[in-house]
Design a protein around this ligand. Structure first.
Ligand code: NAD
Ligand code: MG
Length: 282
């Protein structure tokens, strides 16, 4: 969600609203055919109300999974996601709350277990960003908020989930292209996204013998509520990628299906780069 050479908005303290976006993000291709790749699996998706998380929820549902999503405040977006998941013939539990609260991270896992009697796929995807022009403008409150939201929650939700995950289950973490090439206006955010890469690699090694795989996706500029909520001018968002346009959530979520399914059974500790062609280090 980097946006270069634009004056950033001042701190965004609320998530964006997908229902107000124009144009609307594309959630799933009409011709995307599910083939039962996630049949009977139970997936917990943080930040699943909107954007990339919503698209993951709908793709997973089309592939046969039951879905629990966690979100902050945006009830309308979350209920829309629930309807979209149910339209795929899947069950959807929506859980509202602030994952910066450590107890809530445990509670969401417990609620998922209570609802579906299991958990197989954890998608850590919630995040916020507060663009600033310089390091000196990032005060301690922002620093803590960014790290608490973007990386502490990944540790805590995963830790709670590990009590229930078994062989062949998996964890998928959303990082960002900014982890790999930095972002001048998102210094704290980029740092958390780098931490997510290292967290993924370290945990993948730690869990490999249990055959629980841990991978991630590193998106480039994707059209989601975070973007208009964060940047003043979105007119050339994504135009500086080799493909010359932003990506849509429906171009990102299929990678999560791949990483969640048996198709990626020999892949762990890796990231898929979905960024319109920018070459970044592994
Ligand atoms: P989004 O705003 O639609 O999704 C983020 C969601 O995180 C929010 O809807 C909100 O419900 C949730 N969230 C934030 N803080 C939370 C908290 N404290 N407790 C509970 N939930 C909280 O935006 P998105 O672009 O779909 O973001 C999804 C992921 O993709 C993020 O990890 C983001 O960093 C990453 N990403 C996005 C882009 C991009 O260009 N959109 C690029 C790279 C990476
Ligand atoms: Mg949202």
């Amino acid at each position: 969600m980097d946006k270069k050479k634009k004056i950033p908005k001042q701190s965004q303290s609320q998530p964006g609203k997908e229902y107000l976006m124009n144009p609307k993000p594309k959630i799933i291709r009409n011709d995307y055919k599910g083939s039962g790749k996630l049949k009977n699996k139970i997936a917990l998706i943080t930040g699943g109300d909107s954007g990339i998380g919503r698209s993951i929820a709908v793709h997973f549902a089309r592939e046969g999974a039951k879905i629990a999503i966690v979100y902050l405040k945006e009830d309308k977006d979350a209920n829309n996601t629930k309807e979209l998941v149910e339209a795929e013939g899947a069950e959807c539990k929506i859980i509202e709350g602030d994952l910066r609260n450590a107890d809530f991270c445990k509670k969401v896992v417990e609620q998922c277990i209570k609802e579906f009697a299991g958990l197989n796929i954890v998608v850590n995807n919630a995040a916020m960003q507060f663009p600033k022009d310089s390091l000196s403008e990032i005060d301690d409150a922002q620093l803590e908020k960014t790290f608490e939201t973007n990386i502490y929650t990944y540790f805590r939700v995963t830790k709670a989930a590990l009590e229930y995950l078994r062989e062949k289950d998996c964890i998928i973490n959303t990082s960002s292209v900014t982890a790999y090439r930095g972002s001048e206006h998102l210094i704290d955010y980029s740092s958390t996204k780098g931490a997510i890469v290292s967290f993924t690699r370290a945990l993948a090694k730690n869990l490999a013998k249990k055959n629980i795989r841990v991978n991630g996706v590193a998106p480039g500029p994707i059209w989601t509520p975070l973007i208009p909520a964060t940047f003043n001018d979105v007119s050339d968002f994504g135009k500086d990628t080799p493909m010359g346009r932003p990506g849509q959530p429906c171009e990102v979520a299929p990678a999560y299906v791949f990483l969640a399914s048996e198709d990626s059974s020999y892949i762990t500790g890796q990231f898929i780069h979905i960024n319109g062609g920018e070459i970044v280090g592994s």
